[in-house]
Design a protein around this ligand. Structure first.
Ligand SMILES: [Zn+2]
Length: 326
């Protein structure tokens, strides 16, 4: 029995190591490499005990593959034999995703070393216009905790550095903005306050006439208005717009469990296509508000763009509820 127990974890590890191309229905699995010719991606600073996910481009035998999917607990990831030119996008918990560009996959075994980005820490200021302050302050904290949990679970690689909450209920101008629409945005910022180089969140009574709605008012903005009775997951949706993400309602490979569905109270998932765009799109607040990725690669990927430069918005390395890795 002792020997059997020792063999089971070894078999599991071997399965994880040899996951080249797994779950990718669009391309045939690559043939097993001859011994000693498998390429290796070696990650120097992955979080201990957290899976690494890869999207790899290159030629597997005679087939050129875009975004072949890998998952590994080992920081030295066996990829199989890859040739030609390509790249690798790397995801890990509490790390900013990175892209290793312009790889020349040589024939024979090559070991490519890569370092992940540190988790990006973003400061946020919350202005509470709608009384009672203590109740709505508690709501705002609840929204931030839910957003943090979703980011953590979905490997967004972003966390709040400082979640500052300001009592603006006694500001005489607050009453003018309690029933918020986006036409009030500029005046609201001027009259109530606005801190530069961070996302500013304003808690009001209604947004677009709804007591539980929110508005970012633009894609890639640094502004959020939240009605005080909003569900705890709505803030992650509005900050998703700040990160440049659009609604996913019309796609059959998304449902209300995705954070970017426009009308839901069960938002919890981001695809890897969405996490990628949040970091690499130039209009994301991570780039144009926080300048958190200075000098790092940028990819201006459209919402429906799917090519060698941009993973599909519906690309998944890990399952999102009923939606399988693809
Ligand atoms: Zn929205």
């Amino acid at each position: 029995m002792k020997r059997l127990n020792a063999l089971i974890p070894l078999a599991l590890l071997l399965m994880l190591h040899s996951c080249g191309g797994c779950g990718d229905d669009s391309t045939p699995p690559p043939p097993p490499p001859p011994p000693g010719s498998s390429d290796v991606l070696s990650i120097s600073n992955a979080q201990s005990g957290e899976e690494i996910g890869l999207l790899v481009d290159g030629s597997f035998g005679s087939t050129t593959v875009n975004d072949s999917t890998y998952v590994s607990l080992d920081t030295d990831i066996e990829l199989g034999e890859i040739t030609g030119s390509g790249e690798a996008i790397i995801f890990n918990n509490r790390r900013a995703p990175v892209i290793r560009q312009n790889i020349n996959w040589k024939s024979g075994r090559a070991v490519i070393a890569e370092t992940m980005g540190n988790e990006i820490l973003i400061p946020v200021t919350v202005w509470i216009l709608h009384a009672p302050y203590t109740t709505n302050r508690a709501n705002a904290i609840d929204w931030s905790l839910t957003t943090s949990m979703i980011w953590e679970n979905e490997r967004m690689g972003v966390a709040f550095e400082e979640y500052e909450i300001i009592d603006a209920t006694n500001n005489p101008a607050a009453a003018n903005y309690l029933n918020f629409t986006c036409s009030m945005r500029t005046n609201l910022k001027n009259d109530i306050g606005n801190k530069p180089n961070r996302i500013n969140i304003y808690v009001v009574e209604t947004v677009d006439g709804g007591v539980s709605r929110g508005q970012a008012c633009a894609i890639g903005s640094d502004f959020v208005a939240m009605a005080s009775q909003a569900g705890s997951e709505l803030l992650s949706h509005e900050i998703g717009h700040n990160f440049g993400l659009l609604h996913t309602d019309t796609r059959s490979d998304f449902n209300r469990t995705n954070v970017m569905h426009s009308a839901s109270n069960t938002r919890q998932y981001f695809t890897e296509g969405q996490v990628f765009r949040s970091h690499f799109n130039p209009s994301s607040a991570l780039n144009d508000t926080y300048n958190a990725r200075s000098g790092k690669p940028i990819r201006n990927c459209g919402h429906v763009q799917s090519d060698s430069q941009c993973p599909d918005i519906g690309k998944r390395i890990w399952e999102d509820g009923t939606f399988r890795p693809n």
